[in-house]
Design a protein around this ligand. Structure first.
Ligand SMILES: C[S@@+](CC[C@H](N)C(=O)[O-])C[C@H]1O[C@@H](n2cnc3c(N)ncnc32)[C@H](O)[C@@H]1O
Length: 254
C-alpha cells in the first residue's frame, strides 16, 4: 500500500469526530441486542469499549438504568462525549474515559454487560474477547459488532480496501468459533440492516465531506484526501452484498 499523505489522519479525524458515530449501527439494533440480554440486573454496570463520540453509549443510557464506563483511546472523541454528557446531565451515569482497551486497568469481573460496536477488531478479536471475559462477572453479557465477509471470494478491490485495517476479517462461523474458544456461550446474532450504515454514519459523512470540500477548496492535497475518504460510502453502495456488520450477543460461561 502507498504511504498515506501526512494530511490523511488529521483530515480523517476532523471528519470522523464530527459525525454522530464512527461506524455502522443505530438505536434499533442496540435495542434488539440489548433485549437478548434477558437477565441483566435492574441497574447494570456497563462497559462500552471503543465508544468513539458515544453514539451507542447515549442510546444505551436511554435504554437502561445503571452506569456506563465509556472508553476510547482517541482523546478528542472522549472530550466530545464528555461535553455531550454534561449538556444532557448524564455525568452521574456515564463516565467517559481515555484508555487503551488492550490495557483497561479496570477491576476484573466488575461488569454485568460489556458492549462494543465496531471496535474490538482494533486489538485482534480473540485478544479483545479474552479481555472482555476477564472484565465480566460470571454470567455477564457481551454484545459487540464486527465486520464479516458474506462470501468466500469478494472482488479484489473490496478485499484490498479492508486488508489494511482488517487483515483477519472472517465470516460469521469464524467469529462464532472465537466466541466459544474465549469462554462465552452464544445467545444470538443478527446482521445490521442497510439503514444502520447510512442514517448515522455514511449519510452525515457524505454531507460533511461536501462541507470540508468547501473549507479546503484551494488546498489540492486536502481535496485528494477527501476524495479518498469519499470512496468508503461509495464502495458500500457498490459492494455491500459482499460484507456486513454482524451483532453478536453472548454470555460469559459461569
Ligand atoms: C469504528 S470506530 C466505532 C466507534 C463507536 N463504537 C461507533 O460505533 O460509533 C472504532 C473506535 O475504536 C477506537 N479504538 C481503536 N483502537 C482502540 C484501542 N486500542 N482502545 C480503545 N479504543 C480504540 C477508535 O478510536 C474508534 O473510536
Amino acid at each position: 500500500m502507498n504511504e498515506p499523505s501526512p494530511r490523511f489522519w488529521p483530515i480523517f479525524f476532523e471528519l470522523y469526530k464530527s459525525l454522530p458515530r464512527q461506524g455502522p449501527g443505530n438505536r434499533a439494533c442496540a435495542a434488539r441486542a440489548l433485549a437478548l440480554c434477558r437477565d441483566l440486573p435492574p441497574a447494570p454496570a456497563v462497559l462500552d469499549l471503543g465508544c468513539g463520540v458515544g453514539g451507542q453509549t447515549l442510546h444505551l443510557a436511554d435504554l437502561i438504568s445503571g452506569s456506563i464506563v465509556a472508553l476510547d483511546s482517541h482523546a478528542p472523541s472522549i472530550e466530545r462525549l464528555r461535553a455531550t454528557v454534561a449538556v444532557r446531565r448524564l455525568a452521574a451515569r456515564i463516565q467517559p474515559t481515555v484508555c487503551d482497551m488492550a490495557e483497561p486497568g479496570l477491576p476484573p469481573a466488575s461488569f454485568d454487560l460489556v458492549w462494543s460496536e465496531g471496535a474490538l477488531y482494533n486489538i485482534g478479536i480473540e485478544k479483545a474477547l479474552q479481555i472482555c471475559h476477564g472484565l465480566l462477572r460470571p454470567g455477564g453479557y457481551l454484545a459487540f459488532t464486527d465486520a464479516v465477509w458474506r462470501t468466500e471470494n469478494p472482488p479484489p478491490d473490496v478485499k484490498a480496501s479492508f486488508e489494511g485495517d482488517y487483515p483477519t476479517m472472517g465470516r460469521v462461523p469464524d467469529v462464532l468459533a472465537s466466541i466459544e474458544r474465549c469462554g462465552f456461550s452464544l445467545i444470538d446474532h443478527f446482521t445490521l440492516p442497510d439503514e444502520a450504515w447510512w442514517d448515522d454514519f455514511y449519510t452525515p459523512m457524505e454531507i460533511r465531506i461536501e462541507e470540508l470540500r468547501g473549507k479546503y477548496r484551494a488546498d489540492d492535497e486536502a481535496l485528494a484526501v477527501l476524495d479518498q475518504l469519499a470512496q468508503e460510502p461509495e464502495m458500500h453502495r457498490r459492494y455491500s452484498d459482499y460484507y456486513a456488520y454482524e451483532f453478536f450477543v453472548a454470555r460469559r460461561v459461569e
